[in-house]
Design a protein around this ligand. Structure first.
Ligand SMILES: *Cc1c(COP(=O)(O)O)cnc(C)c1O
Length: 361
């Protein structure tokens, strides 16, 4: 079976270095928010091209904390897409604010700027563009709309470590940006992890306070503001430091594989696009077919796994259906047609040729 992702194989690429990093943490006697986390925060901020990074428990918490750092809460509206991991909407709802869903650009699967402009009300405080599948949202159009309306821009970079817009890495563009290090992501821990990054020292300071009960480092056990507990642990930070050194190479590998897909896939499926001025990092390689379910079944029979990210748009899920009576035609059509083909750091060109031959057949 050719799997969609292969986490064991990725560990194998860096096994000796990860084992050594884990051993170093085990013997240090310090397991939460220590030297490894501080070093990873510094290295990851430099890699993103921002002034600071704050390690947190996971990507959902990163979004929740970033929203709260921007002062967003009950009574506020936050605009985002329904074609995303449910985490994006969950993080907004956890602050007490209301997620407002707008449609997507069907070519890139990211937030449609025209929909954003129409959805803004006096209660709108922020927009979360999601750089879905590894292609940045249309930041060139979104930023001026958000600035004019006085909205905070919080980037959801959970699927886009290393993606670029106009030569700038995503995560360095908005007021704050949020990453997940869930094991399957382009930069994945061997457990949960996340980070909030940015360039505004005051916002980053609030993120640091919110991460651990509103405590200042020099005044532990005394809360300045109401915070939560969402800490990155030393083991995950040490593992992430090992993998960060390989991330550029792994993203290049994903881009090479995408080129092989593009050269061999038949015209019966719609291939992903990379807009001029953007750098796609192919967290997922998603094609469209009007016979998606049939295609998925045939691939499975040929020993090829595939996925659907995501089968039910958030505005149609029981938990969030009450929020938005709108219909989102491009989102709903995408959900019915998308299929994620195998894409990961140890996939080979020969395997992709097998996938493409099976689709053509
Ligand atoms: C994975 C993901 C998240 C959430 O990250 P977790 O670490 O799983 O909480 C948020 N947004 C998007 C787009 C994601 O893919």
């Amino acid at each position: 079976m050719i799997p969609v992702v292969d986490l064991r194989a990725e560990y194998g690429l860096v096994q000796a270095d990860i084992d050594a990093a884990v051993q170093r943490v085990l013997e240090s006697g310090w397991y939460i928010l220590g030297k490894e986390v501080a070093a990873f925060e510094e290295e990851f901020a430099a890699w993103c091209g921002v002034s600071g990074a704050v390690g947190v428990g996971n990507g959902t918490d990163a979004l929740h904390i970033a929203l709260r750092a921007c002062g967003i809460g009950p009574g506020d509206e936050v605009i985002t897409v329904a074609h995303t991991a449910v985490a994006t909407a969950a993080a907004i709802a956890l602050t007490g604010a209301t997620p407002v869903f707008v449609d997507i650009d069907p070519a890139t699967y990211t937030l449609d700027p025209a929909g954003l402009a129409e959805a803004i009300t006096p209660r709108t405080k922020a927009v979360i563009p999601v750089h879905l599948y590894g292609h940045p949202a249309d930041l060139g159009a979104i930023l001026p709309i958000a600035r004019k309306a006085g909205l905070r821009v919080i980037e959801d970079c959970a699927q886009a470590h290393g993606a670029e817009w106009q030569g700038q890495k995503v995560g360095s563009v908005g007021d704050l940006a949020c990453f997940s290090f869930y094991p399957t992501k382009n930069l994945g821990a061997l457990g949960d992890g996340g980070a909030v990054v940015g360039n505004d020292p005051a916002l980053l300071e609030r993120v640091r306070l919110l991460r651990e009960y509103g405590w200042k480092p020099e005044n532990r056990y005394v809360s300045e503001i109401e915070g939560m507990n969402s800490r990155l642990d030393e083991m995950q930070a040490a593992i992430l430091r090992v993998k960060l050194a390989h991330l550029d190479g792994w993203n290049e590998h994903r881009r090479r594989l995408a080129a092989v897909y593009a050269a061999h896939l038949p015209d019966s499926v719609v291939k992903p696009v990379e807009r001029p001025g953007y750098r796609h990092v192919y967290h997922l390689y998603v094609v469209r077919s009007d016979n998606r379910d049939g295609l998925q079944k045939k691939l499975r029979a040929a020993g090829i796994a595939s996925g659907i990210h995501y089968p039910v748009p958030v505005h149609q899920q029981a938990a969030y259906r009450h929020l938005s009576p709108v219909s989102l035609p491009a989102t709903e059509q995408a959900a019915a047609e998308i299929l994620s083909l195998p894409m990961h750091s140890t996939l080979t060109e020969a395997q992709i040729e097998r996938v493409c031959a099976a689709i053509a057949a």
